[in-house]
Ligand binder design. Structure first.
Ligand SMILES: Nc1ncnc2c1ncn2[C@@H]1O[C@H](COP(=O)(O)OP(=O)(O)O)[C@@H](O)[C@H]1O
Ligand SMILES: [Mg+2]
Length: 224
């Protein structure tokens, strides 16, 4: 299994009386493209943060690619994430005054063992395959449209060829046409690289793009 959660419980410190996450067992196999849906506030972002090692669970085991994230220290988790996990966020989180290439290169500086020249070549390959035209590569990303910014964000998330891609409602600020373009491009790249994808959204209209669709409430016993 690429992702395995066992006996995971998580609560925020200011609300420790109830566990927001209570997951007995949940796993994702290599190459699966999973959509986890649930209403706003149900814990989707929290799940992704626990899975990506940005938050640590109170109890339980989080295993990615056979490695226990929950027993790593913060530095080891950061390094593991830089090498193996890509993130796409709802609001892109691009550095607004840097251009597309600079944003992508920045992501690669945290990962191990890549030459700068090969990063630039891969960045331009990714931008080409995501239909971002070369004249837009050198503009500050704040000057690009939402749809373009979100495609740059995919390129940034994939530059280190992560085995796992995590996407937190990246389509919710896009209109239907941009949303469908984004999903076609993303799912195409993910399939080509056999990346394991966990995508969360409240929007079930996008279910057709995924190999597995699950409500968070199916495997999360809330408020235990
Ligand atoms: N940093 C935080 N500290 C305290 N509570 C939080 C924090 N982040 C989220 N929450 C609460 O946890 C619940 C789940 O949030 P979240 O995981 O963001 O849900 P979703 O992504 O499904 O909208 C919400 O009630 C939210 O208010
Ligand atoms: Mg969220």
């Amino acid at each position: 299994m690429t992702i395995e959660l066992h006996g995971v419980a998580f609560s925020y410190a200011n609300d420790a009386t109830k566990s927001l996450l209570n997951i007995d067992h949940w796993s994702v196999a290599r190459g699966e493209r999973v959509l986890v849906h649930g209403p706003s506030g149900s814990g989707k972002s929290t799940l992704l943060n626990v899975m990506g090692g940005l938050l640590t669970c109170n109890v339980g085991e989080v295993t990615l690619l056979g490695e226990r994230l929950d027993t790593m220290n913060a530095r080891q988790r950061d390094q593991f994430r830089a090498n193996h996990v890509g993130y796409v966020f709802q609001r892109f989180n691009l550095v607004p005054y840097l251009n597309a290439i600079e944003n992508i290169e920045l992501a690669s500086t945290f990962a191990a063992g890549k030459q700068r020249s090969s990063v630039r070549e891969e960045a331009t390959d990714l931008l080409h395959s995501l239909n971002v035209i070369p004249s837009d590569w050198s503009k500050p990303t704040s000057h690009l449209s939402m749809g373009q910014q979100q495609r740059v964000a995919i390129a940034r998330a994939l530059i280190n060829t992560p085995e796992i891609l995590i996407a937190d409602e990246p389509t919710s600020s896009l209109d239907a046409e941009n949303r469908d373009n984004f999903l076609r491009l993303l799912l195409g790249l993910v399939a080509e690289k056999n990346t394991t994808l966990v995508f969360v959204s409240h929007d079930l209209a996008i279910a057709q793009y995924f190999t597995r669709v699950q409500a968070l409430s199916e495997f999360n016993q809330e408020h235990c």
